[in-house]
Design a protein around this ligand. Sequence first.
Ligand code: ATP
Length: 805
Amino acid sequence: MNDASHSRARALLARATAGIPEHRNPVTHVADLPARPEQVTEWPEWTPAEVVDALQRTGITQPWTHQTSGASAAWDGSDVIVATGTASGKSLVYQLPVLSALVTDPGATALYLAPTKALGADQLRSITELGLDSVRAASYDGDTPREERDWVRRHGRWVFSNPDMLHRGILGSHARWASFFRKLRYVVVDECHSYRGVFGSHVALLLRRLQRVARHYGAEPVFVLASATTADPAEFAQRLTGRPAAAVTEDASPRGPRTVALWEPPLLDELTGENGAPVRRSAGAEAARILAELVIEGARTLAFVRSRHGAELTSLGAKRILSEVDPELADTVAAYRAGFLPEERRRLEKDLMERRLLGVATTNALELGVDISGLDSVVLAGYPGTLASFWQQSGRAGRAGDDALVVFVARDDPLDTYLVHHPHALLDRPVETAVLDPANPYVLAPQLACAAAELPLKAGELDAFGGEEARSVLDALVADGVLRRRPSGWYWTARDRPQFDVDIRGSGGEQVAVVEADTSRMLGTVDPGSACGTVHPGAVYLHQGSSYVVDDLDLETGVALVHAEDPEWNTSPREVVDIEVLATHRKERFGGVTVCLGDVAVTSRVVGYLRRLPSGEVLDQVPLDLPEEELRTRAVWYTISEDLLEGITWPDGTDESRSRAPGGAGVESARLPGALHAAEHAAIGLLPLFATCDRWDIGGVSTALHADTGEATVFVHDGHPGGAGFADRGFAALVPWLAATREAIVSCECPAGCPSCVQSPKCGNGNEPLDKAGAVTVLDIVLGAVGDGEHGHGVLQATDGAVAG
Ligand SMILES: Nc1ncnc2c1ncn2[C@@H]1O[C@H](COP(=O)(O)OP(=O)(O)OP(=O)(O)O)[C@@H](O)[C@H]1O
């Protein structure tokens, strides 16, 4: 369908594909999404005139219906989560009740939490600009000068902070915040969908600690959460805060029509990657070309690129193309990355709005906290990891009245391959709920220690922290001498506060410091568990857009020394991994296939790294000698019995039958390891579609005979101690997950496996052996058994498009 309302977007797309011969047409699907009219209401009658006036001065003449209903629920004392699209005015949902409370009740206070300092600073700025003097909004984060902190504690009425500062700086010394807590009316949790995985689990427990401390001072604040659209916001809010919340999901803001094109870069004839696999033109290079074409058409365009370095390269690529057409146009393209100062970001927003800039290549740093919308087009180079981010980024395009173009360019990754060939999975599915697991003992233990240090924990409070699980974690903390049990509760005994030792963004333990050798400047920290993989000698380490190379990694002292260098290659570690089953919590048999969920110990050793050009071409493999590491975590695994494998009539495994996945390829026993290995890689690639994780958050092991299961086994495990909920989600969505995995492999037109289907960028065995056709057979066996299994139960059944558990 191509009606007049999408004609401009269609013309832009035609421009982007002009000159490409039809048989190489990279566009796999085009969808026209209709416009949505706005629905406005009157201002709620409880809003003071002074607040309405201030907001109207910023151009908000009347609120949209979802803003009024969300704000009114919060004003009436109910927790609220607003989960609507990009630029749908979510801020007003909390601004109305908070500002009204602060203006009408001179003692009232409020706390605003954002996942990043930059976003907090933006929101603070927009509140300050309202000019409501009595509101006294102030930030309290790592950048707040010491001398201002005291003022904020005493006089700040709306404090803008982040989870890190709440954890260390506010709850850790709550007595100094007593007057703030006493009258705490609202807690705003902005962009709450970003609280996922281990970080999300920490934040969930942190918010419970916040409630305890507030209660101690006699306050019961209302929580207002803002989220990108998600599948089941009320359930997510409940998991994050531990309390029920009303969900506002009807988006009444106006939106123009949009055309979304899915684009798969071609395989290149002239280059080969690992093990001679074909290489596609990189998504970043393709995005540069599309960006240049759109700029030539005068379309204001944002290109989202996954890495900082990639964003720079895409901008440079587009400039290069444009300079051949019209050097002046080259100046209308820029790169944007995290680490820009607020003034630089303001300038960029302004330049885009006023058309001094037409094209900007950016990382997802621009996803949060910038007021850029109404662009003519958005290019996404690579799937941003979640549907929520996909819609957030594409939502930057489109203004009421004007149509806009969104181009999603696949990277060479099985998930991207799957999505460009299965548009419904991208365009018609409910956005996934963020996965977090507040019951993870590795998160619960330090959080309970912090809670006890803040105020002795009473038995009656344990339910909020997970009940029985919390009690057994407390028993262990008592046994370790961390806490003391007295009749009245659990007490923190040490002099030092535990908050400083608990890193809520990492996975706990001593962080490894990354230090620039010449200047002794500390650039950042990495988890001890991932240090060997990310800061091994020779690794290229990116920090705030600058590139460094690691000279030395000392695990004993916890220091990685680096020097500034920007080589043309990037590095990816190679590790050898072994896995042991510690406990099986769930076990489902389906004939010869068994599916389990449980605890595992993963032992890994980084044995070297690959140096790879941005094009995908592999330069070489460098060996390393590093110690073994053990990770105790959660895994989902399936096993296939020998009988089932033997009972299958395998078509012969000639090279010819291996050469294409679709069709009846077979697996002889010698091919089993490669088939399982390929099926494992693709499954890791696809799990993020169901578990809101990154492929780097999970790992896998496959083996034709595993000592603990006694059968051919494929494991996929969480990458964090104690697990982050990803394996659990994989278990719950096993059938749709493995069906999508099979589809991704079949959809890729490469002959025998490439990064777009079964090769993995972090494979410990150098992507050997891999049997693409065999993987399809293995997955058919598993899906056949699980699908037909008499013991099938609701949890493992395919539920069309259901990802949100
Ligand atoms: N009722 C309204 N009428 C007109 N403009 C509005 C209205 N509500 C909000 N806006 C404007 O819409 C823009 C986006 O608002 P806001 O930043 O609150 O959206 P958001 O949903 O939080 O965006 P994001 O998805 O980026 O988080 C702002 O410029 C804001 O001033």
